[in-house]
Design a protein around this ligand. Sequence first.
Ligand SMILES: Nc1nc2c(c(=O)[nH]1)N[C@H]1C(S)=C(S)[C@@H](COP(=O)(O)O)O[C@H]1N2
Ligand SMILES: [Mo]
Length: 575
Amino acid sequence: MAVGKSEFIRPLPGVELPVNNRPDEWKIEQGLSGAKLPILDQSGPEPRIIEPQAWPEIVKDEAAIKAVGDPEELFQRELVGWQGYVEWEAYPEKKAAAHKILTLQTFPPNPEFQMGPIPETNPVLPGTHWKMWHHALGGELMSVPEDSWKTVLREKHPEMLHLLQFPYNGEPPKRLVTDKAITPNSLHFVRNHGGIPLIDKDQWSMTLDGLVANPRTFNLADLMDESKYPRVKKLVTMQCSGTRRIEQISLYAGQGDEVPQAPWAEGAIGTAEYTGISLKKVIKACGGLINGAKHLEFYGAETYFKDNEAMNYLVSVPWSKVKANEVLLAWEMNGEPLPAIHGFPLRVVVLGYIGARSVKWLYRVKAIEGPSLAPVQSKEYLYFNQQIGKYNQKPTDGIQIQEMPVSSAIMSPWTKQVVIHNGSIQCKGWAYSGGGRWPERIELSADGGFSWYAVPNENMSPKHKWTWRTWTYDLPCDVEGWVEIVCRCWDNSLNTQPLTVRAAWNWGLHVTSSAHRISVYSVNKSRERTREKLQRFVDEKSPIAPLTWPEEFRTQSWEEYKAFWKTNDPRDVDD
Ligand SMILES: Nc1nc2c(c(=O)[nH]1)N[C@H]1C(S)=C(S)[C@@H](COP(=O)(O)O)O[C@H]1N2
Ligand SMILES: [Mo]
């Protein structure tokens, strides 16, 4: 009987191995355990090692927290029929109370996953901090994490990849991302910054105020009045600027914003037909903008936490975008009422901008002079220069991301996959460009980006101004072994994608728009020998996977071998 591996490496009884290093020293030296790597400080007269530091002790001043007040009263539901909605922006004293409670205690650190192994669980990350912050305030927020998860299970497809349980962030698995050019609602990715408010549509209303001539409140029936607001139906691709972040995380983790966020792959993008009206018409109904208003700030009903502050979800878009009729207020998604998870009963849909501006569970639109100062607008969703590091950057160093650059991704095959083919590898994926530009040409390379084949037009889904195009292509590939398949898109302005992740680096881990690269192990069955060999695996009943296992049968007989040397030059020659 074979000796088990663990038996083999166990030291002999009574023999102590003379080990001075920590057991994982080799892994640390090789960068295979980045989170534990000590910092090397060379800035002083002598080099110094800063070991990973222990997290400060968790503290909680129960008495002082209690003295702030009764959570049931402090943080109560703002409106009848709006489960999970606590209003913050209208009550500075309430914000102050929440801040006090959050700073009278500390929370354990988030588990490291960017520089450590990503857990093999679904949900991948639990979102422990966010749950704790909601529980720390209590009141209406107490049951939000649990209620939100129930909504996920009710509304989303059972095959969704749950990247972050709370706030819920999920994307469809690769095989379903581009299965249809229009994404079914249950498979559309979800990016939440907080809980999912459950709003009774009959109790819903929205206020338009700030720098408008006549501030007004609208209910759904008002907005659905076609005699006042012409109905708009638009096919729109929503893309989170974090899409494909995993490529940046896997190469060089380093996020400007320390909060663990969804390690998005290629599925944080989806396309749906939205029904609603143009926001411009609603602003007109309020008598238009006044006093130099240039931006519209959107308020989402859920609670967002940032730096020990509680707030609602706020972002803004410029008036020029609204004026062009490119900002919709939508209540239907693919012919159905918006699912709760996508903003029921009404959300903003900003055509051609990153998803972050398309505010869900909208309850207020405020006309303001400059871009919103709220953190999602001013401190997050920023595009930094590559040379700005974590300890150097400040928010004004980043470009506020609005329109995504042209991008594309391969959904099949998967990276590291062994593909048996007949001379061409069947590939499929998506391509998208922000700002109302669209994919004109999609190109694939089987040699790392030296030669490119164009996907024929008939293999691409129809062209629309605000949407992606899905595509399929049989990529010619003669060689065997590892090949690097690359995909890139040219949009109608002839913008294309940088060829490497590093060439378009962002410390904020947003906008991974480089050409998508995957490594595939090509097995070309159109080659006779490969075909025969594969048949032998079948005949010999021998497993063909995994790649690194030796073959269990002889691949050449001695007769064949000797015959070769008789008819060919020998290994060495004398003259
Ligand atoms: N109220 C609110 N609106 C929001 C968000 C949010 O967290 N809260 N997330 C934004 C972000 S970052 C994205 S990418 C899109 C995602 O839309 P979806 O969840 O419907 O796919 O919603 C945007 N609207
Ligand atoms: Mo997003």
